[in-house]
Design a protein around this ligand. Structure first.
Ligand SMILES: [Zn+2]
Length: 114
């Protein structure tokens, strides 16, 4: 398979920058969040929920950054586009949709099934 490495590298770097910016925004939101008052239980609950969503987003984003860095390392190593589990090629459609994918669709499904 001939993969257009420079194109995927550019896509990965672009996605990385986008996520880093989103993470920055998340952290700014947390700092600006006003202190919750006991008189506003509903608001407190909402703020807590927002915080939980932020935490999930941050966790997902952090994981994404790690996946993107790993993908960039595979580009450099020349192993990009090869499934880390079975060693087969990852389909081009999958890489187009998820440039950071390290598993082929079959292995990904198996991993999700546990
Ligand atoms: Zn595989």
């Amino acid at each position: 398979m001939s993969i257009d490495m420079p194109r995927f590298r550019a896509a990965l770097i672009e996605e990385r920058a986008r996520i880093e910016k989103a993470l920055e925004n998340l952290r700014d939101d947390v700092v600006e969040e006003p202190a919750a008052s006991d008189n506003h239980l509903a608001e407190t609950a909402t703020a807590t929920l927002d915080r939980e969503i932020d935490d999930t987003l941050e966790e997902n984003s952090t994981r994404m950054l790690a996946a993107i860095d790993a993908a960039l390392a595979r580009v450099d190593a020349g192993t990009y586009g090869t499934c880390e589990r079975c060693g087969r090629e990852i389909s081009l459609e999958r890489l187009e949709a998820y440039p950071w994918a390290s598993l082929c669709i079959d292995c990904k499904r198996e991993a999700e099934r546990g």
